[in-house]
Design a protein around this ligand. Structure first.
Ligand code: UDP
Ligand code: MG
Length: 139
């Protein structure tokens, strides 16, 4: 299968708890190559745009304030079957249901503060990557 890409964020809880290095290491050891990388903080407006698909969900407001509560690390990652394999590497949305050894199982405490984002389709991976990175920031 052709190599393809996904988009991830290390969320404010994991950055604040000092897990950035360990999580990047898990991603790289999981076979993902870093194509783009950025340490930044989302405004409420940017977080709301990024998660716009969840606007009608009951957790939307809390999600937006959590995602803008502190710095995050955003990245584009490359691997064959990237989207699906990355969802396996991070585990279920609710860390209490995430398989042992997955990033959310190891580093997340709750369904809202769940350590990492991972794109859910090739189409969203491209949209999300382009939301954060220009062509000059991808290598
Ligand atoms: N989320 C939440 N409560 C829920 C479901 C989701 O706070 O009941 C948050 C959580 O941070 C999750 C994000 O909203 O990662 C996006 O939800 P989604 O269903 O897309 O989960 P994901 O794709 O991140 O596993
Ligand atoms: Mg999702």
């Amino acid at each position: 299968m052709a190599t393809n890409r996904t988009f991830t964020m290390i969320k404010p809880d994991a950055v604040a708890n000092g897990h950035t290095g360990a999580i990047l290491d898990d991603m790289i050891k999981g076979g993902f190559k870093v194509i783009a990388l950025k340490y930044t903080r989302l405004s409420d407006e940017i977080a709301g745009q990024f998660y716009g698909i969840h606007r009608e969900r009951p957790f939307f407001k809390d999600l937006v304030s959590f995602m803008s509560s502190g710095p995050i690390v955003a990245a584009i990652l490359e691997k064959d079957n990237a989207v699906e394999d990355f969802r396996k590497l991070i585990g279920a949305t609710d860390p209490s249901k995430a398989e042992p050894g997955t990033i959310r199982n190891k580093y997340a405490k709750s369904i809202d503060a769940n350590a990492v984002h991972g794109s859910d389709s090739d189409e969203n991976a491209e949209l999300e990557g382009s939301f954060f990175f220009t062509a000059f920031e991808r290598f």
